[in-house]
Design a protein around this ligand. Structure first.
Ligand SMILES: Cc1cc2nc3c(=O)[nH]c(=O)nc-3n(C[C@H](O)[C@H](O)[C@H](O)COP(=O)(O)OP(=O)(O)OC[C@H]3O[C@@H](n4cnc5c(N)ncnc54)[C@H](O)[C@@H]3O)c2cc1C
Length: 391
């Protein structure tokens, strides 16, 4: 385990505020060296943060989605990589818990004991189309043998458990996606590339090869073929948590730029940059976009999540994530214009935020797929009709 977990806390927003200053201080070095923030994760486990989505029936604090998102925004403002890595864990567990049954009980007990989950659904061969895994799960006595590749496995260096997908072959010879939650294995998983990217550099989003990885059948999460439904019904946990990371970066960028421009005096102007109309207009635009992003996220957090049509629910949450991350990217881009050349210097955290926030446009769900589904839904065109571009 990463660390011994403390009794779960319900005040995760206060906990995030306590931990954020130290995370912010360590962020520069982890970003520079592309090192995984193990000490941050250990503090999150020790403080009970990682247990926040354990439901009450399993002895957890059952923190609300609103508090999860508020806490994640605070962490993201300090160290977006840490927030993004622990996001995989908190929302992943919420989705597993929602499925219920033995796998949920096992996962929750492990997390209360300090376990940390990383999730791997995208693959080099399918990109973000992760309802169609090319990783194969061949049935053997008592379980499955998995072979395939996983890209972008965020949080892998700090994980004790892996939540991943593979396809079994059904009676008709067709692939059925299955999710598994497995203790991080000693054998059968090889890191093929360590994460070294332009943004989210401290997330340890390694690429993996699964090579004859034995998986016990009791580690399956939900029924065979149930993976798409598992995602659709629990998607508010995922996309609200994802969106929070990028809203958190945008809010931190705005605060940082405001603070800098109030202090900065250029001799030609002779007074603080804050007096310049161009600075004022862009700050106003940034603030409006942050408010729009926060409002859209808030509406998604407080929308109906239980009595829903699964597909409509999935599309609504996906549209929110798409629009919020686009706004967040625009906010930080405007911030760079306000800050000027010094914003690009390695000593200014804004350049890290600029590189981190772009990940929001790339992480799931794939923007074009969301726009297609949402547009088709609005126009009354069946989403899954084939061929795809004709009615
Ligand atoms: C920092 C970071 C961390 C990540 N962490 C994780 C993780 O922990 N676990 C995980 O599973 N994944 C993770 N991902 C991967 C992410 O989930 C996406 O799957 C991945 O970025 C998309 O794959 P790709 O970039 O190869 O793009 P592709 O999926 O190949 O997409 C490339 C382009 O094609 C478009 N496109 C793709 N498919 C379609 C389609 N069907 N219809 C129309 N247009 C399409 C996309 O919109 C995009 O513009 C992470 C990504 C990033 C950037």
């Amino acid at each position: 385990m990463t660390a011994v977990a403390a009794p779960p806390r319900t005040d995760v927003v206060a906990l995030a505020r306590e931990l954020a200053p130290a995370f912010a201080e360590r962020a520069t070095a982890h970003d520079r060296d592309a090192t995984f923030p193990h000490e941050n994760l250990a503090e999150l486990v020790a403080g009970g943060y990682t247990a926040m989505t354990v439901p009450a029936e399993y002895g957890g604090p059952a923190v609300s989605l609103a508090d999860l998102c508020a806490a994640q925004q605070i962490l993201a403002g300090a160290c977006a990589s840490t927030a993004f890595a622990v996001n995989m864990h908190v929302h992943g567990l919420a989705m597993i818990a929602r499925v219920g049954g033995e796998s949920a009980g096992r996962a929750c007990r492990a997390v209360l004991d300090g376990a940390v989950i990383a999730g791997g659904f995208s693959e080099p061969g399918v990109g973000g189309n992760w309802w169609h895994p090319t990783t194969r799960a061949d049935e053997v006595d008592g379980g499955f043998v998995l072979n395939g590749r996983k890209g972008f496995f965020t949080g892998y260096p700090g994980a004790t458990h892996l939540f991943l997908s593979a396809a079994v072959t059904d009676d008709r010879g067709l692939p059925e996606p299955v999710a598994f939650l497995i203790p991080k294995p000693q054998r059968g998983v090889r890191v093929t590339a360590e994460w070294d990217a332009a943004g989210m550099r401290a997330t340890g989003s390694h690429s993996l090869a699964l090579e004859d990885l034995y998986v016990d059948s009791r580690w399956a999460v939900g029924e065979r073929g149930a993976l798409p439904m598992l995602f659709m019904l629990g998607v508010h946990w995922a996309w609200c948590s994802f969106a929070s990371c990028f809203v958190g970066i945008a809010r931190a960028a705005l605060d940082h730029v405001v603070e800098t421009q109030r202090r900065r005096v250029i001799s030609v102007i002779g007074k603080p940059n804050a007096q310049l109309p161009g600075i004022q207009f862009r700050i106003a635009e940034m603030a409006a976009k942050v408010a729009a992003a926060e409002a859209h996220l808030d509406a998604a957090i407080h929308a109906e999540h239980e009595d829903v049509d699964p597909l409509t629910h999935y599309v609504d949450m996906s549209v929110m994530k798409t629009s919020v991350t686009k706004l967040a990217h625009e906010v930080v881009t405007l911030g760079m214009q306000v800050q000027g050349g010094s914003g690009l210097a390695s000593g200014d955290p804004l350049q890290r935020m600029y590189r981190d926030v772009v990940a929001g446009l790339l992480v799931p769900p794939a923007t074009d797929v969301v726009l297609e589904w949402s547009g088709k839904q609005a126009l009354g065109v069946p989403i899954f009709a084939e061929p795809r571009w004709e009615g």
